[in-house]
Design a protein around this ligand. Structure first.
Ligand code: SAM
Length: 267
């Protein structure tokens, strides 16, 4: 078989460092009967060591040439290949308790993370390799320029841990940027206090659309002065200064819910 030529449009940077592969698999710590799906198995750098520890593995891959190679290498009883776009894939059919892993195509990482967040209630955990800069935004605390829509919307739904950095030389072709591995663990349903996630998404998007402006201005059409007063949030603050819990309280207020008596103003 001819060597595969990496396709830029599919964000193909293949892992070639056995040390990094081993570290990722160790972090995932798969048990034989875990239900695992790998997004973008590519040439199988992670697929093979995962299958060595699992009875069965699902993969979602878009590149037909790579799918043909995977079919030759792994029997269908062990590897279920879902051919297609992970952005359109219905992950709910694979869970509950699903473990999602992947060295993700960097060109679609943000929409893919938002797509996956919708299946959080079927997921046990997720381990991803991403651009370091994206991981910094995912785990960022309020107050800095890295804190934004991605941070709030993911931290609301998941516990997030940056595990380790990976240098460009671990891939072929080598990307221009550093990468990092992140672990995302869904928060329990009981910990989720936003009743209207669409509302939360709208507010966060509006607030960060002009992140340097005062919230009084960016959310002018949604909140009046008395709303800010009752929420106990200073409307002269900027989007990046509010905690995830503040956004939840704003969204809940817009959804017509009042905080229960005695609940803290800041979360
Ligand atoms: N897992 C392999 C590794 O670590 O060497 C390959 C990682 S490579 C960064 C990303 C993989 O995702 C490629 O195999 C690519 O074809 C696949 N891919 C790209 N876009 C995709 C999409 N929308 N849906 C599913 N797979 C996709």
């Amino acid at each position: 078989m001819k060597p595969h030529v990496a396709r830029k449009r599919f964000g193909q940077n293949f892992l070639v460092s056995p040390g990094v592969v081993a570290k990722i698999v160790e972090a995932i710590h798969p048990r034989t009967d875990d239900i695992v799906v790998e997004i973008g198995p590519g040439l199988g750098a992670l697929t093979e060591p995962l299958l060595a520890r699992l009875d069965h593995l699902h993969v979602v891959e878009i590149d037909r040439d790579l799918i043909a190679r995977l079919r030759e290498r792994f029997p269908p009883a062990r590897l279920a290949i879902h051919e297609g776009d992970a952005l359109q894939f219905d992950f709910s059919g694979l869970g509950p308790g699903l473990r999602v892993v992947g060295n993700l195509p960097y060109n679609i990482s943000t929409p893919l993370l938002f797509h996956l967040a919708a299946f959080a209630d079927r997921v046990r955990d997720m381990h991803f390799m991403l651009q370091r800069e994206v991981v910094e935004r995912m785990v960022a605390a309020p107050g800095g320029s890295e804190y934004g829509r991605l941070s709030v919307m993911l931290q609301y739904r998941f516990e997030m841990e940056r595990l380790f950095l990976v240098p460009p030389g671990a891939f072929n072709p080598a990307p221009k940027v550093e990468s990092a591995v992140v672990r995302m663990t869904p928060r329990s349903q009981a910990a989720l206090t936003a009743v209207d996630e669409d509302k939360l998404g709208e507010v966060v998007k509006a607030a960060f659309s002009q992140r340097r402006k005062m919230l009084r201005n960016t959310l002018r059409e949604r909140l009046r002065e008395e709303d800010w007063a009752e929420l106990g949030i200073d409307p002269t603050r900027r989007a990046e200064e509010l905690a995830v819990g503040d956004y939840l309280r704003i969204a809940n207020r817009l959804a017509g819910l009042r905080p229960p008596p005695g609940s803290p103003k800041e979360a």
